[in-house]
Design a protein around this ligand. Sequence first.
Ligand code: GDP
Ligand code: MG
Length: 366
Amino acid sequence: MAFGEIVCGSPGSGKSTYCYGKHQLFTALQRPIAIVNLDPANENIPYPCAINIADLITVEDAMDEHHLGPNGGMLYCMEYLEANIDWLEGKLAELQKDVYVVFDLPGQVEVSTNHLSVKRIVEKLGKAGLRLAAVHMCDAHYVTDAAKYISVLLLSLRTMLHLELPHVNVLSKVDLITKYGELAFNLDFYTQVQDLSYLSEHLEASLPPQFAALNMAIVSLVEDFGLVGFETLAVEDKHSMLHLMRAVDRASGCIFVPPPDAPRPPDALPMNPSESTAHAPNAYALMTSALAPIRGPMSDPRDVQERWVDARDAYEAHEKMKWRQEGEAVRELARKYTKESEAGQRKNQADGRNHVGSDFKIQERM
Ligand SMILES: Nc1nc2c(ncn2[C@@H]2O[C@H](COP(=O)(O)OP(=O)(O)O)[C@@H](O)[C@H]2O)c(=O)[nH]1
Ligand SMILES: [Mg+2]
């Protein structure tokens, strides 16, 4: 059985950037990964693409041939893919065994909220042995406005109900969250979705009373079912990516066993020398990803709040200082290396001269 995820969300929510980040992270972790682009309008694909829907059909083809607009063309492409699922299955079968597969979906929300093709494709892939989770990207700036936050809750809920997959909602671009205004509450209020009644005064201030009341009724419904929650993501932050990776693995039930020569995590238990190497990585991967709570930097929303909201400037100043120190250390090392190699060259030249000189003396003596 292979594992993977489908990445959905509105246009510009950060899906393709996340796929690229995931490719870089997995490569660093020596975890095999393949990215499948299912967005036929994706022109500048940032990541190495293992399978590309554009090899099967493009939006332009669909629009020209069936006189459709861009949105109709996109939906046609999804239907065409569903009808030609054997093309996709054939390409997936060519990939390395047990590779983790990430599907980059188009941004049209109907693809993951009401149109049936993607849902049916996912079902077929599931039957063929691919166990998928859905990762739903939502731009974090929506949480700066109560009414927009409610629309994100509803969209997330709708996507969960439609795709029927293990589901992880993500507030993406959390590093930019302060750029769009002040947060009325701490970040964990928005990520844990637990007591939303506090939103009422913000809704009443910005909406006519009857709409505010309707919004609150919707909110209490979402809250009652306790289905929606959010992880956060700043794609360039390694800890944020690692945390999300663990959350998605937990959702899909994937436990990755690193190859025996992979670097051991710093908190791994000392390996029993009599144990075969195949057992040791298995032991820590199982314990950390399957049983223990997800720990580590950025796994608590309060860490995220501190990093990107409360103490953002202090963190940035600290990071800049560390980069400067690292740069200085690299330059120092380079200077030392140049000095040593120059000294070595001089010594070789001197040795060479002595050598020539001694030959000469020997010849003279002869
Ligand atoms: N600051 C920041 N920008 C991001 C992040 N993720 C994506 N972006 C930017 O958001 C824009 C849209 O991203 P893209 O991946 O193309 O979105 P897609 O349409 O959902 O595939 C790009 O300019 C990205 O550089 C993030 O975590 N932080
Ligand atoms: Mg994209």
